[in-house]
Ligand binder design. Sequence first.
Ligand SMILES: Cc1ncc(COP(=O)(O)O)c(C=O)c1O
Length: 388
Amino acid sequence: MRWNEVSKKPGLRVAHPEAQPRSMVVRPAALVRPIRPYEAVSSLDHIHAHPAQVPHKLDWNEATVPPSPKVIEAVQAFLGQAHHLNWYPVLNSTNLAEKLAVFHRVGEDQLLITNGSDQALDTICTTYLSPGDPVLVASPTYQHFLVFAQTRGAEIVHHYGEDLFAADVDGLVEAIKRVQPRLVYVVSPNNPTGVEYSAAQVAALCEATAHGLVIVDEAYSEFSGRSAMGLLHTYSNLIVTRTFSKAYGMAGLRIGYAVSHPVVVEDMRRVFNPKSVNVLAQVGAMAALDDQAWLAWYVDQVTRAKDLMAEWCAARDVPFRTTAANFVMLQFDRAPWVVRSLQEVGVYVRDRSHLPRLSGWVRFSVGTVEQTKDVLARLGTVLDRLVP
Ligand SMILES: Cc1ncc(COP(=O)(O)O)c(C=O)c1O
């Protein structure tokens, strides 16, 4: 088969016949073959196609405002001072690790700074999973972790509690005893349900997991103000992952980290590429950490905006679930129609109604109070068009 024949995008056609890439006929590795390509649903194309419309990009739980001005200043200053973009970044981000160690009161050897927390999750899977290893996942949850685990041939066991919006620690402990997982994955607060796990509950999971590691993905923990990190002194089988993508507003720079026992971090370094994190992300993250006042301002805005949404939904009789993160869930009888109609008025949200037992639920990322007033006004116009 010729590349020209398979490619539907004119821009991708190969001009020179000799340039036919032979790799087109090579099939992916056996472990990768059964995985369906991640359906990257991005609203950016639609946003760019409607430049006159002020968009509310609420589909990926990013911050809705740029990061602290100090981040922008630091990045611009770096670029302006003839620093070397031609050189690789500081290996292992030791400059940032030093700061984060003080910030979290952990050892520098407990930190692995990664290209987004996604790379931390990926590195955990590379380091610890062999084909056939059981991985227990508190579902429904962040989908991409499943891809990382599946790529290593892991056997994913989903645990769904009876109430999807509440932690089912007893059920998870039972599943751990039955499945004997290599990895347990919980997100706290969970995306998309908002389920949180207290320190005592995470401790129970670590106790039960005799021959494996417990990952607590804390991508949204700055919003909730709660963390399992205090347990790292007690449990050597705990890994906490964090990101600068959400509350710090730096999703485009791609930087996150894992915190664990030094031996775990050392093991992950066996496969980790120390130059994975780009230099601008390092510079930006250090500036972001230094501006906790900005973080507090943004978290407060999101908290007040969530309250506003709760009041609005109560007044309109729209089923509503808040979370301790920067997103909420609204339920509609005609969720796909509502999501499409919102897109027409420039509000981009994420339909979660296809996930098991989340029928009709739509996830809205939440930003500032001012933005949220406008979002609700636009949602109001859409719902007014719904015939009862
Ligand atoms: C629970 C969870 N973990 C990790 C990520 C990915 O974060 P990062 O941008 O740090 O890779 C996301 C992004 O949506 C998420 O929801």
